[in-house]
Write a protein that binds this ligand. Sequence first.
Ligand code: SF4
Ligand code: FES
Length: 251
Amino acid sequence: MNFKLKIWRQANAKSPGKLVDHDVRDISPNTSFLEMLDIVNEQLIGRGEQPVAFDSDCREGICGTCSLTINGEAHGPDHPGAVCELYMRKFSDGATITIEPFRVGAFPIVKDLVIDRAALDRIVQAGGFISARAGSAPEANSILIPKHNADLAMEAAACIGCGACAAGCPNGSAMLFTSAKVSHLSFLPQGDPERDRRVLNMVRVMDAEGFGNCTNTYECEAVCPAKISASFIAKMNREYARAVLQRSAVE
Ligand code: SF4
Ligand code: FES
């Protein structure tokens, strides 16, 4: 297969960027999208040019680092799935493919397609943890958790922190990410002691990082490779309202 690529090139955060044309030929349909970019880079290096900077690590949909906007869609056209799970057979032979970084104000561009998503880490640092000493693994049935709650906690914990939800959202909102991190602990008894503090602090940091608000467009859910449900945003809103009421009752 042959493709005409338009790839965002930008030397660093301060310099202006632009789309640069690259033609690639004789690509197997079973080549992954990231392998195709590896081939482009080998060609560029062979010509003595700068390779395209892009992020990847696990290349199996787990780590959340492969954050690309492909033809205007976060993670490309094969939802649900991360860019590393996308194969060239998903595109037509001869297609023009535009490749850009995630476009979110809170994710500054580092170089080419690489963005800085430390804003998501700072949201987690604000409360996405429990402070109790974990110790050694307890007997499995010593803390009973209703099956429904355990299932919901597992669903929320599937978030890989890629940031596609913010990239897909017209408001640049990180509500789906934050709600997954809030919800996963709120369904478990271990998360209960810090429940109010967690949601208040995580939402405060989310706002301070410059993410937009949720206006229920559901684009986050549509592009999420981990199939995180937007119903977790409703759960986080309930957690937040409960925490505010608890605080005002104490004060
Ligand atoms: S909620 Fe989905 S899209 Fe957002 S960071 Fe988590 S895995 Fe990525
Ligand atoms: S490289 Fe890890 S999720 Fe894509």
